[in-house]
Design a binder for this molecule. Structure first.
Ligand SMILES: C[S@@+](CC[C@H](N)C(=O)[O-])C[C@H]1O[C@@H](n2cnc3c(N)ncnc32)[C@H](O)[C@@H]1O
Length: 394
């Protein structure tokens, strides 16, 4: 039996028992490792990976012990490496070089209770056009890290990565994926040459391209990014729309400090910024031609990055987020210019946060939906989002 592997299994199992879901798994593990210095970096990496992998199979096989379930999750997600072979039952070893589908089938045959449909706990609540089976399966792998190459930097970025022998995959002329934990900041100029941005988030750019077509070429569009966080969508909007008068806001002052630093690196120097809780009306006469509302949400389209959510999330939160989103929408829309565009975005896959809010907007405001879509990233190992673009009714 591989002693290291077995020790990591036992340690991960003990942490999983202690984890109660009141904070993200990432913070829980960070705290544990800083209080327990006995683990070297190799141990920390393996134990962390095992904890995350345990949660990837969701609520399957709850009747098994944590260690048994963990081994099954590791077998499905990673397969068996040579030095782990002695830790698994003899009959599993013939599948050591099998692909993901074959490993899933083997486990389904051995444990008929294991079902892909049990990974994501609310399949009946999904937005339209999400391939349920591909979506369920996407939780079994850690999503990739995606970079968006900023306009004009396409050649230099690829050259730098090639010179440093960093493996990468070209998704399109602006988007590449690289292995998680690659130290890109020592090779590329973050925010100037590239931004770290998931593929689905990058694909919301297609909605900004539509907005761009409605304005004359040299027109400087007034844009308000209402829930800007550290400015991912704002930088995307700048790169696509080019000429903008940009205003950004968020409820969290600290995240806006990150935005300021990011904007500096991105060479965005002229913008208005303010802290605002948009669940309450804000007194302002200012009007914007484009309002981007990338609303706070369940984040269910990103749960492959936080797979513990599959086990700890409770359905009642969906409606709480829907109510918050409706308040935020209601406090933003009045600031739309008479010829204006409203872009609603979530990183959720729940119909209640997505299509149901499109209906809410159309029923309560003088806005017409031009385009709405679930932006799925599972085929490329990325997140999933939803976006809907509205225009004012004439
Ligand atoms: C999905 S994130 C936005 C991501 C960002 N647009 C980007 O592209 O990186 C949602 C943001 O909404 C902010 N938020 C949450 N509640 C809010 C409220 N009541 N008023 C304004 N912003 C809020 C959060 O602080 C968070 O930064």
């Amino acid at each position: 039996m591989n002693n290291y592997f077995q020790k990591h299994i036992s340690q991960a199992a003990s942490l999983i028992v202690q984890y109660n879901g009141t904070e993200p798994l990432q913070y829980f593990l960070k705290k544990y490792f800083s209080a327990n210095k006995k683990h070297g970096s190799r141990d920390r990496k393996a134990i962390t990976h095992f904890c995350y992998t345990f949660f990837r199979i969701g609520n399957n096989l709850k009747y098994l012990s944590i260690e048994e379930k963990l081994k099954i999750a590791l077998f499905i997600c990673d397969g068996i490496s040579e030095n782990e072979a002695t830790s698994f039952p003899e009959e599993w070893l013939q599948y050591s070089s099998a692909n993901l589908q074959e490993r899933i089938h083997f486990i389904q045959n051995t444990y008929p209770e294991f079902q892909l449909e049990r990974i994501f706990p609310f399949p009946e609540s999904l937005s339209k056009n999400i391939d349920k089976s591909a979506f369920q399966q996407s939780f079994l792998q850690q999503p990739f890290l995606f970079l968006r190459i900023r306009p004009g930097n396409e050649k230099i970025v690829l050259q730098k990565l090639a010179t440093e022998n960093i493996p990468f995959q070209v998704i399109n002329s602006n988007c590449i994926s690289i292995v998680n934990n690659t130290k890109i900041e020592t090779i590329l100029r973050l925010n100037k040459e590239v931004t770290v941005q998931d593929i689905s988030s990058q694909n919301t750019g297609a909605f900004l391209e539509i907005v761009k077509k409605y304005f004359p070429e040299k027109h400087s569009i007034s844009v308000w990014d209402t829930c800007a966080a550290s400015g991912g969508k704002s930088i995307l909007a700048k790169d696509i729309l080019q000429q903008t008068q940009l205003t950004v806001s968020d409820i969290r002052p600290a995240i806006l400090n990150n935005l300021k630093q990011r904007f500096k690196e991105a060479n965005i120097n002229q913008y208005q910024i303010f802290v605002a809780d948009l669940s309450k009306p804000i007194p302002s006469d200012k009007k914007y031609e484009l309002i981007i509302c990338d609303a706070p949400c369940t984040g269910s389209g990103t749960w492959a990055r936080t797979p513990e959510s599959l086990s700890i999330f409770t359905a009642d939160k969906i409606e709480l987020f829907q109510a918050l989103q409706r308040k935020i929408i209601s406090n933003c829309v009045p600031q739309l210019h008479k010829t204006g565009y409203f872009l609603y975005i979530t990183c959720s896959v729940f119909e209640k946060e997505n299509e149901a809010n499109v209906q809410f907007i159309e029923e309560n405001f003088s806005l017409k939906c031009i385009k709405q879509a679930a932006i799925t990233g599972y085929a490329q190992n990325g997140d999933s989002m939803f976006a809907a673009l509205f225009c004012t009714k004439k």
